[in-house]
Write a protein that binds this ligand. Structure first.
Ligand code: MGP
Length: 261
């Protein structure tokens, strides 16, 4: 997605539309390994209203009132997210096991931090083959073995090898906003999202903490509603334990779909 569309998206109908974006400090990411985009960061749209006059978005939880990080209140207000989120980057390296190749590279706690970070982050279509991005609630490791994932599974929203003419960059942003907004039912059931860039295509799957069919169907329909583009195909759900077993026995990290939503 072009940067101009990303800015438009940020300002439109999502939970973050009330962000006083011209006042955001655009952080330089401190971690060198972050796969940042080489595109110039788009200019933030001008917004003349003072940050303190901005209404909190109706989609933000009521307790997410803007806070100032500055003791003298001179810095702009920031809007806390309901949860703290972490981005993990997986880059396969020779002679290292899978877990050692997972790196937590950044966390975000406010709407403003999210945009500062996202504007510097490479888009899925710019990533190298073999890489994963995982965006998870802070404290949950993006792996089957994590206690929050061990009884859960994944909803594969998109697999570009099976679905052509899809803007994966747009879907990635839609899903990130969906996650940090947490304005849908059963938001507490979601651990995060994993994006796998492979030579056959890009997969994007939401990881859940359980396998409850009714709740997953509700989450599936919320995911569909959150997407800018219509998603016609079904969303398969796979149980992590089965996927893990399959990876150990056949070397393929996939399992029979339990059901679709
Ligand atoms: P993958 O990256 O999820 O699938 O798992 P990929 O690359 O799309 O491959 P395919 O088999 O689906 O075509 C690839 C491999 O990474 C697995 O076989 C495991 O060896 C390892 N791996 C992946 N995950 C998600 C985990 C995990 O959560 N824990 C551990 N220990 N290894 C994992």
């Amino acid at each position: 997605m072009p940067k101009s569309n990303r800015n438009k998206k940020r300002d439109e109908n999502h939970n973050c539309k009330a962000v006083p974006s011209n006042r955001m400090p655009v952080n330089k990411l401190s971690v060198k390994s972050v796969p940042v985009s080489d595109q110039p960061v788009s200019k933030q749209p001008v917004n003349n209203q003072s940050a303190s006059n901005q209404p909190v978005s109706e989609h933000l939880p009521a307790n997410n009132l803007p806070v100032s990080n500055s003791p003298d209140n001179n810095l702009p207000l920031k809007h806390p997210l309901n949860s703290k989120w972490a981005l993990w980057y997986y880059l396969p390296e020779k002679n290292k096991d899978w877990e050692a190749c997972q790196h937590q590279i950044h966390t975000v706690t406010t709407v403003e931090d999210f945009w500062s970070f996202f504007n510097h982050l490479a888009q899925p279509s710019e990533l190298l083959n073999g890489v994963d991005f995982s965006f998870f609630k802070n404290g949950i490791r993006p792996m089957w073995e994590a206690p929050q994932n061990v009884k859960g599974g994944r909803l594969t929203v998109i697999n570009t090898s099976k679905c052509r003419n899809i803007d994966i960059n747009e879907i990635w942003l839609d899903i990130l906003l969906f996650l940090i907004g947490e304005y849908y039912e059963y938001a507490e059931d979601i651990c995060g999202v994993v994006l796998n860039v492979r030579n056959y295509g890009i997969k994007l799957a939401i990881w859940t903490t359980h396998q409850d069919k009714e709740r997953l169907k509700s989450i599936g329909s919320s995911i569909r509603q959150s997407l800018t583009s219509t998603l016609n195909q079904a969303i398969p759900f796979e149980v992590h334990a089965e996927t893990q077993r399959s990876a150990q026995t056949s070397g393929r990290a996939s399992s029979k779909n339990v059901f679709t939503v």
